[in-house]
Design a protein around this ligand. Structure first.
Ligand code: ADP
Ligand code: MG
Length: 462
């Protein structure tokens, strides 16, 4: 038997449809040749690796991130390998969308304020190939098995399959924006972004899906529309009432820049991030049991404060207005409004500091934002406060704050390069000593926004 025949047989046994097993085998051979040439490893090592990933995918396991030799297997290579292993053919489109950090602008979005975020260098990748029969098949490296939806159905999934609600929500949103949803396809997602860590993997999978569906159908709407489609999917199909921050930053992010959003428009802009800035995320995996209720309560308190101040949203209130109404507002409502009004001012001050290249000043504003969360908005926790206290004492840290809604979750630090992995480990160890659990530590930089990475969709102009 030739190598090609052996591989064809193997692919068939791994579940490839007979017609595609031979094609898949030829592609495996070609990829092994490429990998051997690009990485300077032996062809046997490359082939072993590719087959190993196929077996793992078949067992529903997450494949090893490292290819033979250095550097590690790229996300694109991993995605192609898993797509082949699962569907027995090549994708027509590959897209990628990043996760994001909320840099500053805490609970400002629904108050009509401004916010600064950063797209990071990790994200979700989606590969897509059309199917003529109208059937939609979904698979993700994070989930075992393939989820199938019959032609023309958009049925909300639950349990282990609930993750497909993100791409399904995008399909459901497209007609709402006057766009066409693709009929049948095979869909695969891989990610180097932790899920549920406050880095918005949900917006990343929405935007990567939206771009893939649009590319496959040859549609190129404005970037702002793609962002709104992602948010619409999350609000109306998944059922999470998020603001525009997550999708806006994933969509408009740029390497070495922060995304500025004026939530009233919304209007999107970018601000350069001075050289040398680094981000460290410490995810505590803590979550207040009542987080949804607390979030809704803060929303209510802000709206009540706006009404008492005679404005539609707190963005229209000034510190002077708040001061003169002090006697009429319950102390708690006053604290909430003060946080939001001052936080919006801090976002503007932060933009000015960044434009002046002053990272220490930007860092001080981040820490001030956290202190305000702690004392006024009361959306911090002892765990988050502990991390911020430890971080601001460490060398090279410009500032630190909770990132995201609060009531648990993650802290981010803006640092100079002299804040090293060793120092991050020291902070994590102190946290474990005090709170009994190690936080996840993630070192990240800014990255580019959502994009089509590769496309051979026949109906698309290039
Ligand atoms: P966050 O957005 O902070 O990461 P969410 O709870 O909003 O947390 O979204 C996480 C959910 O998004 C996951 O539980 C999963 O359903 C979905 N998701 C994100 N990335 C992927 C992926 N690569 N594959 C499948 N599902 C994903
Ligand atoms: Mg999310």
């Amino acid at each position: 038997m030739t190598e090609h025949e052996q591989l064809t047989e193997l692919c068939r046994r791994l579940g490839a449809e007979p017609a595609s097993a031979a094609v898949m085998a030829a592609q495996l051979q070609k990829r092994a040749d490429q990998m051997a040439a690009e990485r300077g490893v032996t062809r046997v090592a490359a082939m072993e690796y590719l087959l190993g990933v196929m077996m793992q995918a078949r067992r529903g396991e997450t494949p090893a991130a490292d290819a033979p030799g250095r550097p590690p297997l790229s996300m694109r290579e991993k995605l192609l390998t898993l797509f082949h292993a699962t569907f027995g053919r090549s994708p027509a489109v590959i897209t990628r969308a990043p996760g994001r950090i909320e840099f500053i602008g805490n609970h400002t979005d629904y108050n009509g304020g401004t916010v600064l975020g950063a797209a990071i260098d990790r994200g979700v990748w989606v590969a897509l190939a059309p199917r003529a029969d109208g059937v939609r098949r979904f698979a993700s490296e994070q989930q075992a098995g393939v989820v199938t939806q019959g032609a023309g159905t958009l049925k909300k999934a639950d349990g282990d399959e609930a993750w497909i609600n993100y791409p399904l929500g995008v399909l459901a949103a497209l007609p709402e924006f006057g766009l066409k949803a693709p009929a049948g396809f095979d869909f695969y997602a891989v990610s180097d972004l932790p899920s549920g860590a406050g880095l918005s993997s949900s917006a990343a999978i929405e935007l990567a899906s939206a771009l893939a569906f649009l590319e496959l159908t040859g549609q190129r709407p404005a970037r702002e529309t793609v962002v709104k489609i992602g948010r619409h999917a999350e609000n109306h199909f998944v059922g999470v009432p998020c603001g525009i921050l997550d999708q806006g930053v994933s969509g408009f992010g740029q390497k070495d820049r922060l995304v500025f959003i004026d939530c009233r428009g919304p209007r999107f802009d970018t601000v350069p991030l001075p050289a040398g800035a680094q981000f460290w995320i410490f995810n505590t995996h803590t979550k207040h049991a009542l987080v949804d209720g607390l979030y809704a309560a803060r929303h209510r308190e802000c709206m009540a404060a706006a009404q008492a101040l005679g404005v539609d949203l707190l963005v229209a209130a000034t510190p002077a207005m708040l001061e003169s109404a002090r006697g009429e507002l319950p102390p708690e409502t006053h604290r909430r409004a003060k946080h939001v009004i001052e936080e919006i001012a801090r976002v503007d001050a932060c933009v000015a500091a960044l434009r002046a290249g002053d990272l220490p000043a930007a860092g001080r504003l981040l820490t001030a934002s956290h202190r305000s969360s702690q004392a006024l908005f009361e959306n911090s926790t002892p765990e988050l406060d502990f991390l911020v206290d430890e971080l601001v004492r460490a060398p090279g840290v410009h500032g630190a704050r909770l990132t995201g809604g609060g009531f648990g979750g993650a802290v981010m630090a803006l640092t100079a390069p002299e804040f090293t992995r060793e120092q991050a480990a020291r902070v994590a160890a102190a946290y474990r000593e005090k709170h009994g659990q190690e936080p996840d530590v993630l070192h990240t930089r800014t990255g580019d926004g959502a994009a089509v990475v590769q496309s051979s969709a026949p109906i698309c102009e290039k």
